[in-house]
Ligand binder design. Sequence first.
Ligand code: MG
Ligand code: MG
Length: 309
Amino acid sequence: MRQTTCILLGVPVQDGTGRLGCDMGPSAYRAAGIGPALQSLGHTVIDRGNLVPAPRRDLTHANPALHGLPEIVAWTEALSQTVYETGAQGLTIVLGGDHSLAAGTLAGHARRASEDGRKLFVLWLDAHPDLHTLETTESGHLHGVPMGYALGLPGFAGTFPPLAAALDPSRVCMMGLRSVDAAERRILAGSGVHVHDMRAIDENGVGVLLRRFLDIVEAQDGILHVSLDVDFLDPDIAPGVGTTVPGGATFREAHLIMEMLHDSGRVASLDLVELNPFLDDRGRTARLMVDLTASLMGRSVLDRPTRSY
Ligand code: MG
Ligand code: MG
């Protein structure tokens, strides 16, 4: 098995969502044993503790619906610089925190990849594309905009930090979508993003769809960032999230994805986002997310422990 230096970075941001509780996410992952799980697979684990946001600046925007803009910009500034640095030291695993943190991780990893002359691909596992701009979001919750920002959609200049490198939409694959707003549908159409909604998963199976994308990554000698939103999973197995949408990925679908990602050897960074321990059922969702991370890092079906819930 490949042994890797894993850098854990807690990002207790919750200003991007309308419900409180995501700030407890990093603690829940640690309590669920993410460090020991990775160590037991032979990896070196460096826990960098929790990130502190950059100083908050007064920022306003013409869209009156926006919530927490100065806070999210402050997190984005700090996180994008931090993962740019940790990306040179090992495989960065961000313990979120709501999905607004992806604005920082995608920007930072894209900058690192572009300086290293590597092609960065993104696998986005989420019920939602999070592809709004600051103008199109109606809820105003900024966990709905990070992909829009990272792809370089218009309207972020002057508030969010300038992008050193934007993502190439043809190198982004979204799986598990089942809640897409009209504005996001318009942006997705013709964007070049690979989109596999839950129906596509039902009809083809996750293995076939993921294989197709991994073939592209391998053909271009790319590196892969994985963004795993808890709501990618079915709420029956992962209740600890504020944005449950029925009909999500099953236990085996999610593990198969992680096992195939491990086999590919292409994953360079991972975000675990939207876990809300306040809504969880005795740590069940946190443990599942840790188990999925272990699968991604090399745990096989044969060495999964028997456990009673
Ligand atoms: Mg999301
Ligand atoms: Mg989501």
